[in-house]
Design a protein around this ligand. Structure first.
Ligand SMILES: [Zn+2]
Length: 315
């Protein structure tokens, strides 16, 4: 029996998402336990029982080579290459097997989670992967902590199977989704709407279908006003069969890697706005978490997901 059938919103999570590499993960601004903290908060708040979460399989090389070049996948065995992608120089001194088991394997589980969330969104309307959103990775390169291009891979698999025609990625992480945009250049059926901070990473921006580059200092009211004014037009122009929402929490005022000024409440309102705007049009939404580097990142996501479940769960 499907224990989760009373919930419209499916939540995908696996304990293997969390990164622990002998304390080395603390050298990085990313909270390696963020996914577990969100899971635990949703359980503590009575929104889900532990058995309600859907567990993905890790993506395998057979699927990865459908998007990534074999040369790129092979290069990930080299610690120096990976140290550059992850921006943690000491990774270059770890044995390859440690990197694969402690750092890449969690990312392959989360990539499998994005694939599963996209399938569940088509079936049930809304699905959230408590991870993924590696939007700086493309077919032949990775950057900015992103190794596998989970969203392009997930939508490519669904498109190849004939399950979706057009796809729109809504990327509201504070950084431009340059990897996703680079992959989408070659696909006329996939588009990206991207509100990002103009003067931060990545230095070289990719052309996009709906780019919204804005300078630092945006307040919540200004930010939400831009989304409210422009997202409906993008959805109506593309008329996608699936929206993948890259819900980065780094526009938060306390984030060390971006300079927008959204509060926790603004970010919860933003996520509910995106999901509601798509669902009003009958479009399935798969949400992935992407970046967020403050110690509050897990709480921001937990609050936002609580808002979505409160509005859309039918028990
Ligand atoms: Zn980001």
């Amino acid at each position: 029996m499907d224990e989760t059938k009373g919930h419209q919103c499916r939540i995908v999570y696996h304990p293997a998402y969390n990164v622990t590499a002998f304390g080395l993960e603390r050298l990085h601004p990313f909270d390696g336990q963020k996914y577990r903290r969100i899971h635990d908060a949703l359980v503590a708040r009575g929104l889900r029982r532990p058995r309600d979460f859907l567990r993905p399989r890790p993506v395998g090389r057979r699927d990865l080579v459908k998007l990534h070049t074999p040369a790129y996948l092979d290069s990930l065995r080299r610690p120096d290459v990976l140290a550059g992608v992850l921006e943690v120089p000491i990774v270059g001194r770890l044995p390859g097997w440690v990197i694969d088991w402690r750092i890449l394997r969690p990312m392959r589980f989360a990539t499998g989670g994005t694939i599963l969330a996209c399938r569940l969104a088509l079936e049930h309307g809304i699905a959230v992967n408590l991870g993924g959103g590696y939007h700086h990775a493309a077919s032949a390169w990775g950057a900015g902590f992103c190794v596998y291009a989970d969203v392009p891979l997930a939508v490519m698999l669904l498109h190849d199977e004939g399950n979706v025609g057009r796809v729109l990625v809504v990327d509201l992480d504070a950084h431009q989704g340059n990897g996703t945009a680079a992959v989408f250049h070659g696909w006329d059926w996939a588009s990206i709407y991207d509100l990002y901070e103009r003067d931060i990473f990545p230095a070289r921006k990719e052309p996009e279908d709906f780019p919204l580059p804005v300078g630092p200092g945006l307040t919540g009211a200004e930010y939400l006003g831009i989304v409210r004014d422009t997202l409906p037009g993008a959805l109506d122009a593309v008329r996608p069969d699936l929206v993948v929402y890259n819900a980065g929490s780094d526009p938060f005022v306390g984030d060390p890697l971006a300079r927008y000024r959204l509060t926790q409440a603004d970010l919860a309102e933003r996520d509910l706005l995106v999901v509601t705007t798509a669902r009003e049009r009958g479009i399935p939404v798969a949400m992935v978490l992407s970046g967020g580097y403050s110690s509050e990142s897990w709480r921001i996501h937990a609050d936002a997901i609580e808002g979505i479940l409160t509005r859309f769960d039918r028990v």
